[in-house]
Design a binder for this molecule. Structure first.
Ligand SMILES: Nc1ncnc2c1ncn2[C@@H]1O[C@H](COP(=O)(O)OP(=O)(O)O)[C@@H](O)[C@H]1O
Ligand SMILES: N[C@@H](CCC(=O)OP(=O)(O)O)C(=O)O
Length: 366
């Protein structure tokens, strides 16, 4: 098989002990698998969780803190420990690692996105293996990716990966919770229909951190953009990374698209709504045009310029989602006015679209 670009995501539970320390054996296992892929010429990006979990022990904490500042502090301590471990273990294989901490902005704002893309490209040219995590210490609750499964799917798309591997503490996807006797392993998922009868909900009190839900969602994002996904137990990391039949394989369902649009559709939380008229709905969905102030009849919520908003048709359907170029305080004074009129009255800066079509994803074609 020819060299490929593989993104591997590993969860906190696959790296740390229950006491809140990194487990060197578990880390070593993942590292050895990735080193094997590198030896055969693959390009590898690691998306590793575990910063918060690894920070608990050193801070004398026994459970994951609930409040954001303490989580951020734990991540600050743990991320250093995590990367120190990876650096040491990969160095034994002659591989240099580089830490990449991402916030949601990095894959949504055009300039940041290009920047992130270039960073990965240069690291690759230099033979460096990127170790990615969310930038937990600065990310606030609203802007967090929220989970590294989705982050991994977006990174896989960003670096044009040929394969996304999600490593966890289960053998793969089951028809129901793996602890239930009637649950059966699923080897292949060809599309959303194959998931109709699969239960990824929480069962009982101790199980399910929502982990399988976000994995299936990550698989949906990646496969929808043309990238196959393998979900496997971390113990089987080597086979999974080398592309052998193991765990659950999610087959591609769609084709590559701009990453920012992928994020807008699948991972963003909108801050507000733009209520538009029927003409604007047609312009967006049929003509694939930008949204202009003239077609907007109402503004709901509070948002800043550059943030994601829903575009809502007169019947209440959310027809599109996009990055708005005005904030919610200024927008109401511009509604219903033509762009030339706004420019003549307020200056050339007001000639801009409210949502540019490049920053817009249509959710419900009419
Ligand atoms: N249908 C299912 N198939 C497999 N695992 C499931 C399913 N439903 C719930 N789970 C649970 O999801 C867990 C994995 O999620 P999580 O612990 O959050 O992973 P990680 O820390 O690796 O990101 C499994 O250990 C299992 O208990
Ligand atoms: N960024 C966080 C992890 C977030 C996360 O998704 O965790 P997990 O479900 O264990 O993959 C950290 O490093 O602690």
């Amino acid at each position: 098989m020819s060299a490929r670009r593989v993104v591997v995501k590993v969860g906190s539970s696959s790296l740390t002990s229950a006491a809140g320390h990194l487990d060197p054996e578990k880390v070593g296992h993942v590292v050895d698998a990735l080193a094997a892929a590198r030896r055969r010429g693959d390009e590898v990006v690691l998306v590793s969780s575990g910063a918060i979990a690894a920070g608990l022990g050193p801070l004398g904490l026994t459970t994951r803190p609930r409040d954001l500042p303490t989580q951020q502090a734990a991540a600050s301590v743990g991320q250093g420990a995590l990367v120190a471990h990876y650096s040491e273990r990969f160095a034994a294989h002659g591989i240099t690692v580089g830490q990449v901490l991402l916030t949601v902005e990095d894959v949504t704002r055009r300039s940041h996105y290009r920047n992130a893309h270039q960073t990965f490209a240069r690291l690759h040219e230099l033979g460096v293996l990127p170790v990615v995590n969310e930038n937990d210490t600065v990310a606030t609750s609203e802007i967090r990716f929220g989970d590294n499964d989705r982050l991994a799917a977006l990174v896989a798309h960003l670096v044009h990966a040929d394969l996304l591997v999600l490593l966890s503490d289960v053998d793969g996807l089951y028809t129901g919770h793996p602890s239930l006797p009637e649950s059966r392993p699923i080897t292949d998922v060809h599309g959303p229909d194959d998931l109709d009868d699969v239960d990824v909900a929480r069962v009982g009190s101790k199980v399910g951190t929502g982990g399988m839900v976000t994995k299936v969602e990550a698989a949906r994002i990646a496969t929808g953009a043309g990238i196959p996904v393998v979900l496997a137990r971390a113990d089987h990391a080597r086979a999974a990374v080398l592309g052998e039949q193991v765990g659950t394989r999610f087959h591609p369902t769609g084709r590559r698209r701009p990453t920012r649009l992928l994020w807008l559709e699948h991972a963003s939380e909108t801050k507000g709504r733009l209520l538009v008229d029927d003409g604007a709905v047609r312009a967006l969905t049929v003509r694939k045009a930008s949204l202009l102030a003239a077609g907007i009849v109402g503004v709901e919520g509070e948002f800043g310029a550059g943030e994601p908003v829903d575009v809502v048709a007169p019947d209440g359907t959310v027809v599109a989602r996009g990055l708005v170029t005005y904030d919610s305080a200024e927008l109401p004074t511009l509604l219903g006015r033509s762009t030339p009129d706004l420019a003549a009255d307020l200056g050339a800066d007001y000639e801009r679209e409210v949502v540019h079509r490049d920053d817009l994803v249509v959710l419900h074609p009419h």
